[in-house]
Design a protein around this ligand. Structure first.
Ligand SMILES: [Zn+2]
Length: 208
């Protein structure tokens, strides 16, 4: 553990003692959620996703399967699939990734595919041309209802989150999502992670 992470851990504990809500921050790299229909084509009919690691959110997992994502200007190989399957296929990238792909990917909450561009996905068994689904994920906090109640926070509330360290900053426009299925964690992408000097274990203070 680096000194910066240790300082953040201590900052988190102090904030907790002061009654301030704080969350652990996680950084999400580019990833794909697939529908069963898309998986049938990309991986093969009925071929299941293979979990290799659990994510912090209960029931969510990293899959062994990887796909190539191809945009009008560039592509990325071996992009991870996160399970389980979703009703609609979506590709979450950073703004830097979108630029490299040659796409104008809007900021969206996961699951909201409105106004998003598509691209081509290439798997071991076949390829799928999406007409939508590429987005830059809006900063968000997955929050358990107990945590929300304790701190007077609500689903869909927009808050700021302050992080400390060598590149400390305040993230504005962070959307809270409350569900009993969630463990309380904030998610940012790699652009944001680099901007704030992210290291595993980073905590942020929620400013309502
Ligand atoms: Zn998330």
């Amino acid at each position: 553990m680096t000194d910066e992470v240790l300082v953040d851990r201590i900052a988190g504990k102090v904030l907790e003692r002061l009654g301030r809500p704080w969350v652990e921050v996680e950084a999400s790299g580019r990833h794909i959620h697939v529908s069963r229909a898309a998986a049938d084509i990309l991986l093969g009919p009925g071929v299941p996703l293979t979990p290799v690691a659990d994510l912090s959110q209960p029931g969510q997992f990293v899959c062994q399967e990887r796909l190539r994502v191809v945009g009008p200007k560039g592509e990325f190989g071996a992009v991870v699939i996160l399970g389980p399957e979703r009703p609609e296929t979506q590709v979450e990238v950073s703004a830097t990734d979108a630029l490299a792909l040659g796409l104008k990917a809007p900021l969206r909450l996961s699951g909201d595919l409105s106004g998003t561009p598509g691209l081509r996905l290439v798997g071991p068994a076949g390829q799928v041309v999406l007409d939508k689904g590429v987005m830059v994920a809006r900063r968000h906090i997955h929050m358990h209802p107990d945590f929300a109640r304790r701190h007077g926070l609500a689903d869909r509330q927009i808050v700021s989150v302050r992080v400390w360290g060598e590149r400390g900053l305040t993230f504005d426009q962070v959307v809270i999502r409350v569900s009993p299925q969630f463990a309380t964690f904030m998610h940012i992408d790699y652009d944001e992670a680099n901007a704030c000097g992210f290291a595993k274990g980073l905590v942020g203070c929620i400013i309502p």
